[in-house]
Design a protein around this ligand. Structure first.
Ligand code: FES
Ligand code: FES
Length: 161
């Protein structure tokens, strides 16, 4: 077992992990931060996206020990300090960017990373950035609309059925 210590959502946490323990399992099983989801075992779905030192990372692709000393942010840390939804979360609600919600934490974390590096992305850039996030429910259009709204830009029209 290896001791690890990191900052998660602004709080210092520590624990003991096996070398093979993935960051996503440390977050969910040891820290009980179950908002970060596991939707696949092939590193394709993006339900597990968190931020590590400010970068979007699929937490199933990183060992917990590799995050030793890192600053980690999860969906649980995304709300405003008064507990209200942040701009991206609110936009997902306003534009119906979720149905079952399983992919939503990863989508929100990816969107936050995108808007940090590119505050006014084009619709094509949003779609391109979300390539690593799979949603089985919404058909993506409302997710893209939500992210465009969160960036303060015009929202694409609703797609024809
Ligand atoms: S659980 Fe990490 S990409 Fe699917
Ligand atoms: S809202 Fe159900 S998987 Fe995306």
């Amino acid at each position: 077992m290896t001791k690890v210590s990191m900052t998660v959502n602004g709080k210092t946490v520590s624990g003991e992990v096996e070398g093979r323990t993935l960051l996503v399992n440390f977050l969910r099983d040891d820290l009980h931060l179950t908002g970060t989801h596991v939707g696949c075992d092939t590193s394709q779905c993006g339900a597990c996206v968190v931020h590590v030192n400010g970068e979007a990372v699929k937490a199933c692709t990183m060992f917990a020990a590799e995050a030793d000393g890192a600053e980690v942010a999860t969906i649980e840390g995304m709300a405003n300090s008064d507990g209200s939804l942040n701009t991206i979360q609110q936009a997902f609600q306003d534009y119906h960017g979720l149905q079952c919600g399983f992919c939503t934490p990863g989508m929100v974390m990816s969107a936050a990373a995108l808007l940090k590096e590119n505050p006014k992305p084009s619709e094509a850039e949003v779609r391109d950035y979300l390539e690593g996030n799979i949603c089985r429910c919404t058909g993506y259009h409302n997710i893209v609309r939500a992210i465009m709204a969160a960036s303060g830009q015009d929202v694409p029209a609703v797609a024809a059925e």
